[in-house]
Design a protein around this ligand. Structure first.
Ligand SMILES: NC(=O)c1ccc[n+]([C@@H]2O[C@H](COP(=O)([O-])OP(=O)(O)OC[C@H]3O[C@@H](n4cnc5c(N)ncnc54)[C@H](OP(=O)(O)O)[C@@H]3O)[C@@H](O)[C@H]2O)c1
Length: 211
């Protein structure tokens, strides 16, 4: 299966390596095309750098938007016509840095990036918030853990998107666990109770029911 990854920085490159190691074919794009080309060359067989964001979606059933929150809307607008019928996976957290370099929230308290992104997508695009619930380092060190796999939480309102994102999560070497609909996606974000957790399936399920 082919997945597009737009954004090949910290989290996009980690997701790309995890998916490629599970056999996913990837089409990569970035703001500066050199970044996507370098990552595709490092991953090797199965990953190609696309000619741009729209080109990345060619033949892809899913797209991961591994972008900082402030650039997400512009990229969604650029590729909107190609999104109906596709799974859209968003790992973005609504955070940025202030002038002093401190992490600041970019949305009002209580408003999740999932809710906001859902409002930016064209109808027919199937949104799942996933792959942003742990740091890139943890994602790479926890994938394909044995004997018990680590869990990646996801949130979606759409059952079909749920099946598709479960496949991607398994391909990346994790056990998928649904936290609930998009209204629950704040739990996965920076500051959420399920952020940066590396847990097995039983603990994950008890945490989901636990709050
Ligand atoms: N890093 C983590 O550990 C981590 C973990 C979980 C969630 N997240 C979330 O994931 C999001 C991305 O974080 P990050 O750390 O990966 O950021 P990053 O390292 O700055 O990477 C951002 C990527 O977006 C690309 N980009 C920017 N504008 C673009 C455009 N118009 N079209 C295509 N690509 C564009 C950049 O391209 P260039 O490479 O050419 O500059 C870069 O590859 C954030 O919301 C963050 O909160 C990050």
């Amino acid at each position: 299966m082919t997945t597009a990854i737009i954004g090949t920085g910290g989290i996009g490159s980690a997701i790309a390596r995890q998916l490629a190691s599970g056999g996913e074919t990837l089409r990569l794009s970035s703001a500066d095309s050199e970044s996507a080309r370098t990552l595709a060359a490092k991953i090797g067989h199965g990953a190609v750098a696309a000619a741009g964001n729209r080109d990345a979606l060619q033949d892809a059933g899913a797209v991961v938007l591994a972008l900082r929150f402030p650039v997400l809307k512009g990229v969604i607008d650029e590729i909107a016509g190609l999104l109906p019928g596709k799974l859209v996976v968003v790992p973005s957290n609504p955070v940025g840095l202030d002038a002093q370099g401190n992490v600041v929230r970019l949305l009002p308290k209580g408003q999740s990036s999932g809710k906001v992104v859902a409002g930016w997508l064209p109808s027919g695009a199937r949104l799942a918030m996933a792959f942003g619930s742990m740091s890139a380092g943890l994602l790479e060190s926890s994938g394909n853990r044995s004997p018990e796999p680590a869990v990646l939480f996801y949130a979606t309102d759409d059952d079909h998107a749920g099946e598709e994102v479960q496949r991607l999560i398994r391909t990346a070497g994790f056990e998928p666990v649904r936290v609930g609909g998009i209204e629950q996606s704040g739990r996965l974000e920076v500051g959420g109770d399920l952020h940066d957790l590396v847990v097995g399936p039983a603990e994950a399920r008890s945490l989901i029911g636990g709050t």
